[in-house]
Each structure stands twice: as C-alpha cells, then as structure tokens.
Design a protein around this ligand. Structure first.
Ligand SMILES: [Ca+2]
Ligand SMILES: [Ca+2]
Ligand SMILES: [Ca+2]
Ligand SMILES: [Ca+2]
Length: 182
C-alpha cells in the first residue's frame, strides 16, 4: 500500500500487506443428472452397481468435497436394498431383488459438501425398473381334494368335462406363457 503527501517534493510511505482470499461456501453441489431412469435385472447379484451419481461443487477444499447418501425417507424405505458409496456416488444393491414382489423403485439421493457450517446440498431422483427373469415355474392347481383320483365313466364320450385346472406363472410376458398337455 502507498501513501503520498501533498508537499512540493512529495514523500511516499509504503506498507506491504498481504490479503488472503478465504473461500465462502457459496456454491451448492450440482448433479450432472438430477433425474435418472435405469433398469436392473431381478437376478442381479448383491453389490451390482445400479447407477453412478456424480455431483460437483464450484467452491474449493472442504466446501467443494461432495459426499453422497440416500435421503432419510429412501434410507428408511429401501436402505437395506439400495446402498450408496458416500465417496464414489455408486448406487449398488445391498440385497437381491424380486420383480414378483416389487418391480419399481424411486430412490432419492442427497449430495452435500463438507463445509463445517452452512453445508449445502442437492437432490437427485433415480427410477429403477426391475426387469423380469424366468425364475418361476408354472403352478398347477386342481379344484378337487388332494390325492383323490379323477373319476370318469367308461361310458363317457369325447368332450366330456372331467376336471377344471388352474395354471399360473408369476413371471412376465413369454416367461409366464405355458402350454398344458397330458
Ligand atoms: Ca459448496
Ligand atoms: Ca423373482
Ligand atoms: Ca415362468
Ligand atoms: Ca421373474
């Protein structure tokens, strides 16, 4: 810094000062994609990476260091099924899925910076559609007492009604189609 007096032969005083600019945490993390639609097969193993989340923060140091977690509601609803790596942002399976029990999940993820005060955060929503695998056999039921032999008169002609069977398969599409024969 300089100071000059008003004398005929002006004299100047100087002082060296240094100014350190400290970062204020004035930026929130921003997700690359804040809504994600993805699919996962119902036989995907535990640990399977469902999707990769990524958020960046324009501050520096801890004010820019982003960590990830499920929202409180998603953690309480699905925290055993879906896990997120707090550092990498990988959303992965904590246990196996079953499309026949639930075929769709919506999960909310929070990215927060690591500022000590006035932490800032952002939210992303992930829609997970569970794809069918042929993991159910057709199930045959007969409306009669168990172990009761079917009876038909030797006098019966063609097209005589004998017994009603119900067949169902809990899978989807071709995985649930079936053919019956004797
Ligand atoms: Ca920040
Ligand atoms: Ca299943
Ligand atoms: Ca099936
Ligand atoms: Ca299935």
């Amino acid at each position: 810094m300089l100071a000059t007096d008003g004398g005929h032969q002006a004299l100047t005083g100087t002082l060296d000062i240094s100014i350190e600019v400290t970062d204020a945490n004035d930026n929130s993390p921003v997700f690359d994609k804040s809504t994600i639609n993805t699919t996962v097969s119902e036989n995907a193993p535990t640990g399977w990476i469902v999707t990769q989340l990524r958020a960046t923060d324009n501050d520096i140091g801890v004010n820019a260091h982003v960590t990830y977690k499920l929202s409180d509601q998603s953690a309480s609803e699905y925290g055993d099924i879906f896990k997120i790596d707090s550092q990498s942002g990988e959303l992965y399976l904590g246990k196996e899925l079953d499309r026949e029990k639930q075929d769709f999940y919506r999960i909310h993820v929070v990215a927060a910076d690591s500022a000590e005060v006035d932490k800032k955060s952002a939210h992303a929503s992930i829609s997970v559609h569970v794809l069918d695998v042929n993991d159910n056999s057709p199930h045959i039921r007969m409306y009669a007492k168990r172990d009761t032999p079917l009876e038909i008169s030797s006098m019966s002609g063609p097209d005589t009604f004998v017994q009603h069977f119900v067949v169902n398969d809990n899978d989807l599409g071709n995985n649930a189609r079936f053919w019956c024969w004797l």
